[in-house]
Every structure is written in structure tokens, then in C-alpha cells.
Design a protein around this ligand. Sequence first.
Ligand code: ATP
Length: 441
Amino acid sequence: MGNTDVPLLELKDIVKNFGETKVLKGINLTINENEFVTLLGPSGCGKTTTLRIIGGFEQPTSGSVMFQGKDITSLPPYKRSTNTVFQSYALFPHLDVYDNIAFGIRLIKDAFPNVHEPKRPEPPFDDKKMAKLRAKKPSELTEDETEALEDYDDSLKSYNKAMSKYKVEYDKTIGNVNVNRLTFKEKVRRFFNPHPKKRGFMEYEIEEKVAAVIKLVNLTGMEHRNVSHLSGGQRQRVAIARAIVLRPKLLLLDESLSALDLKLRKEMQYELKELQKTTGITFVFVTHDQEEALTMSDKIVVMKDGYIEQVGTAEEIYNDPTDKYVANFIGDSNILKGQIVDSHHVEFDGKTFLCDDIKFPIGSTVDVMLRPEDLDIVYPSKGKLLGTVDSIFFKGVFYEVDVKLENQRIITIHTTDYIPVDKEVGVTFDTEDITLMEVMD
Ligand code: ATP
């Protein structure tokens, strides 16, 4: 178990320049154990570069990457407790599902690096001299020789005792293999080297591990299919299985669902979230798709132009975006210019509205956000804002209605009622639906 006070991963003041181009301009981010974190932002904002720095595929120009409190900035990818699912999946086309997943495990030579190997006892030395003494008749031995032989026998006895204890300890750790399930090749290897200091996984151990992840990613029955005959979604599952089979602490996924069609993508979003919960592995997922981020994440990191703009839960980012950029990136929104009247009132659209919890100075200009789904169309006499319907589109679950306000500004409302174009309407909302945001530069 990790120390709960120390985050799993920390990025500290990460700057990355490619030549003259500043791609990351000071990234500070904390990622905890068992979290689903999404890096969200438009193309080119630096998401993939951040992910590659976490994975060790890219070195930051300055700043550090800390893993469980240790600086791993200069560690190569294979020495980190991370694994990556690339956008291209990078599967081996000539291998089947099973062998693709098992490939990396078979390369491991030291499968139990963190297991404490028991200390092997030192054998009593001077065997040759003792053998010569033992060859003599007891009557020929001097007193000193008899004593030496007795001492030697005692130490041999305690050595044998320590050795059998060592064997038990050894078998509890790296030596513990099911001999009946070893392949012939493994048996031969074991015969010549019964106590290797390091060992890889035996075929039957690999089989158990692969079978467990195949079940986890719903590919049971497809073990021996060639990966080039699989659908996009199935290939995606193989790539994920291959990445999680050795239980990395951190799984990095780069736009992993972007190659799938919409329906499959939605299914996989749900499955990925489930998989994260079941395995307890921390997932860091890169996407430019806000819906994907909202559906899956415990923590969303909104990036813009090499900076982190906001970090929060899906609800926090959606309901309380720090500025217009985040508000527009996550969900649909109406953003109006407003002015703070006093600590409980804000003015926009020529009217003053009651507003809770105003944190801005009196007289300052703010961006006022009203989400389309928080607005209602009512009779003009009951509306807080007045206008006429400019357009209406059916969106499947709701109508998207654009209302042109008295000052000609368009405001969008999501409603289940059909309202004809050109009809005069009122628009209303609750006090708590007004979100005030800092005006961006
Ligand atoms: P996308 O969603 O399009 O992949 P992103 O947010 O992941 O975008 P990055 O791939 O991190 O963005 O790229 C950020 C910027 O860094 C881009 O302008 C890109 O062109 C540039 N960049 C990335 N890798 C390199 C490189 N190896 N050499 C030069 N410029 C690079």
C-alpha cells in the first residue's frame, strides 16, 4: 500500500520547449492513487506532451516528475511503474490475442524484483581437510583433530538446518512454482539451476495472468484470434489488456477511443471507468472530447495553450468554470457581460438580478454564464428576459431554441416544448443558475 499522504504522481513546474516553441509553460499537477484523471483541451494545447513526460518518453526542459515522493524525471519508461496505451494500439499483427497480451510478460527476466530473497547460509568451509580427517580411523586422530571434526559436524548440522529453512523461505517467495504445470523446457532449466537468484514468469503463471485480464476486458473466447481480424473495439481491448496485465500503478491512455465509432466509444467509456474501479490502477486519459471527460473522470484537468486552466471534478468544472474558456469548452453555455452592483446583485442585459455569494469587487465587470438547460421559456409577463424565438431545432431529447433578446443578443435554451419561430417569449432562470466568472484577458 502506498503512503496516503504522498500523492502517486506530482508534476512540478514542468516546462517543455521544442526548439523555440514553448509547449508547456509551467505545469503543476497532483495525481492520487485510484483516480481517473483526464487531460482535456483543444488540439495542440500540450496534453500528449504532458502524458509523454509522465511516461518518460519525453524529458521536460525544466521541472520535475515525482512518483510516490521520488524524483523520476530522468528514469526511462521501462523503469517506471507506468504503462501506455497508444492511440495506434501498436499491436503485433502476426500474433494472436493471447500472445499479444503475453508478449511483454515473457520478456521479463526478474519477475519478483521487490520480493525479499532469503539469505542463503554460508556452508562450513575446509571440506577437503575434514574429508581427510574423516578418512582416518578414530584411534589415529589427535585430540585437536577429534575436536575439529566434532566442531565441523556441529556447524554442518546447523548449516543443513539453515539451508532447509532457506529453501522453505525461498519457495514462499521466488521459488514457488507448480512443478506439475511446468513445460518440459522449464523443467530442464530448473533441473540445472534449481535456485536462480532471479526468474521470469513460468508459462502457467503467464497463462493465469493473461486469462484474468482477458476476462476483465471481455475477450474470453477470442484468445487465439489473430489481432488483424479484430474490430477496432476488440483491438482496443487487447491494447488495454496488454497494458494492465502487469498491474502498473499508472496507466496512460492517449486519445484511446478516438478511432472508434460513436456507439462503441460510449460503450468503451463506460467499460474503461469500470475497469479503472475494478483494478484500482490510476488512469490518466487524454482527450479533446468534453463528453468523454465528463463521463469518466474523477478529476478533469482543463488545459489551454501549455497551461492548466482549471482542475476539478466533472461537476465543479461544469457548474463552476473559472472562465469563459472552460465554460465554452465544457457543455453549451450563454455568456453575457455583466457588472457587480453590490454584494448580492449583478446587472446584465440592462436589468439587475439577485445573485448568491458574489466574490467580485463592486463595480467590476464579469462574465455571466447561463447554461441552456437551466433556462425556461415562459409567458412574456413572467420572464426575467424578453425576446422572440429566432430558431428552433429538434435535438433528439430536447429542442434547442435561440431567442433574440430585446438588445438583439441571442440566448440559447434547451426545452422539451415546441415554440414557433417569431413568437414573443419570456426567459426565466433561478438565482443559483447564474454563474459569475472572471473576464479573460
Ligand atoms: P493533439 O490533441 O492534437 O494531439 P495535444 O494537446 O496533445 O494535441 P501536443 O501533442 O502535446 O498537443 O502538442 C503540443 C504542441 O507541441 C503542438 O504545437 C505540437 O506541434 C508541438 N510538438 C509536439 N511534439 C513535438 C516535437 N517532437 N517537436 C516539435 N514540436 C512538437
